[in-house]
Design a protein around this ligand. Structure first.
Ligand code: ADP
Ligand code: MG
Length: 271
């Protein structure tokens, strides 16, 4: 039995100011297992980024609790790393420095790491994401896809248990996006200590290609949790021709279009 690494219990979150209150999430329950690849999908504004913000520890729940490995989340932690759509690299630092700096920051106070070791690990991870030879380039000298490779290298170099990704390939052209999806799956699969990934996207095909489970969100909550029983490693071209894929895709399209759902695909809605 694999262990639960993320547990969300009756989570509600309201954005509040002195005059306004907007409930973005209401009574969410979800458990994610170690090494699982979970995609959150749903229409714009349904609360995906908010949920990720709570998992990251930047947003405090209004009520309910979030546990990571049985510890209640109150703030960010080094067992979690994030990758966002906007590259969020420091523009004045080289690719290598962006990675090594994050690595040293994440280890601060735990097991300090020397600059030399951090540089070595940074080089190793930049190579893993296909950026050997680009270590000394600054973000402005790299394409969008390459900048996201740096962001992935930076997140993985810190060796987190959990990777939180908010539409990381959302601003990338279709072809590069496929390459990056393949790269991410490869790095995730080959890791001995498989990371748990929570990946936000509003691209159905991306979700099916990547995920073990798809959490379909509607405003304020989870509508359903769908198991993606497709073999790995996945080959996108072959996958897209398979009946299983097409059936799953059409179910998801129907969900998006608010049509009747067929419960055989729903695994533990709102667990
Ligand atoms: P998604 O990522 O699914 O597009 P978000 O989590 O960003 O959705 O937003 C969920 C809802 O919360 C939206 O209606 C959005 O307008 C609202 N919201 C997000 N951030 C804030 C904020 N800081 N203050 C008030 N409302 C917010
Ligand atoms: Mg969002």
């Amino acid at each position: 039995m694999s262990e639960t690494v993320i547990k969300i219990e009756d989570l509600s979150l309201a954005y509040e100011t002195e005059k306004t209150r907007f409930e973005a999430l209401k009574n969410i329950n979800l458990e994610i297992k170690k090494g699982e690849f979970v995609c959150l999908i749903g229409p714009s504004g349904c609360g995906k980024s908010t949920l990720l913000g709570v998992l990251e520890g930047l947003l405090e729940p209004t009520s309910g609790k979030v546990y990571i490995e049985d510890r209640e989340v109150h703030g960010p932690g080094s067992e979690r790393a994030v990758v966002f759509q906007n590259y969020s690299l420091f523009p004045w630092m080289t690719a290598k420095k962006n990675v090594s700096f994050a690595l040293r920051e994440s280890k601060r106070g735990i097991q300090k790491i020397s600059k030399k070791d951090a540089n070595k690990i940074a080089e190793e991870y930049l190579e893993k994401v296909g950026l050997a030879g680009y270590e000394n380039k600054q973000p402005g000298e790299l394409s969008g896809g390459m900048q996201q490779r740096v962001a992935i290298a930076r997140a993985l170099a810190c060796n987190p248990e959990i990777l939180l990704m908010d539409e990381p390939f959302g601003a990338i052209d279709a072809k590069t996006r496929e390459v990056l999806q393949q790269l991410l799956l490869k790095l995730w699969a080959e890791d001995e200590n498989k990371k748990t990934i929570v990946f936000v996207t509003h691209d159905l095909e991306e979700a099916i290609f990547l995920a073990d489970r798809i959490v379909f969100m509607v405003p304020k909550g989870i509508h359903s949790v769908i198991d993606v029983n497709l073999e790995r490693p996945r080959d996108k071209e072959k996958l897209m021709l398979s009946d299983k894929y097409r059936t799953l895709r059409s179910r998801l399209v129907k969900l998006f279009n608010n049509e009747e759902d067929n419960s055989e695909f729903i695994g533990g809605a709102g667990i």
